[in-house]
Design a protein around this ligand. Sequence first.
Ligand SMILES: [Zn+2]
Length: 131
Amino acid sequence: MTDQELVKRAFEMHRFSYVPYSHFPVGAALLTGDGRVFTGCNVENAAYGSTVCAERTALLKAVSEGCREGWTAIAIAGQGADFCWPCGACRQMLYEFAPDLRVLAARGDGQYAEARLSELLPHGFGPRSLE
Ligand SMILES: [Zn+2]
């Protein structure tokens, strides 16, 4: 799967976003080493703090289906003018399983930028920090 196809999968998830408060749909698509793709959308809640981001939804789907290793890239698609980089909580959650993950952050016009998670969360706290 190409990066562009992964970004497209992330955009396709906008249709499932539940965003009555922000009106800002976000989709995510997580690519694993064996070619599987776990998708997610943001799901908001009247108790705002209970909201779950699209990339964390994709992460939870992967882990809950037994896929914890070999993640190669995640695409995150927003509709704004800026690239949709993951929030701090999502960076931390992704770091647990794939500290050097490729992150593709897309904006509303379909363009995207790329960075490594290790760049987005330098000196991150992970499983090795507890050794
Ligand atoms: Zn987030």
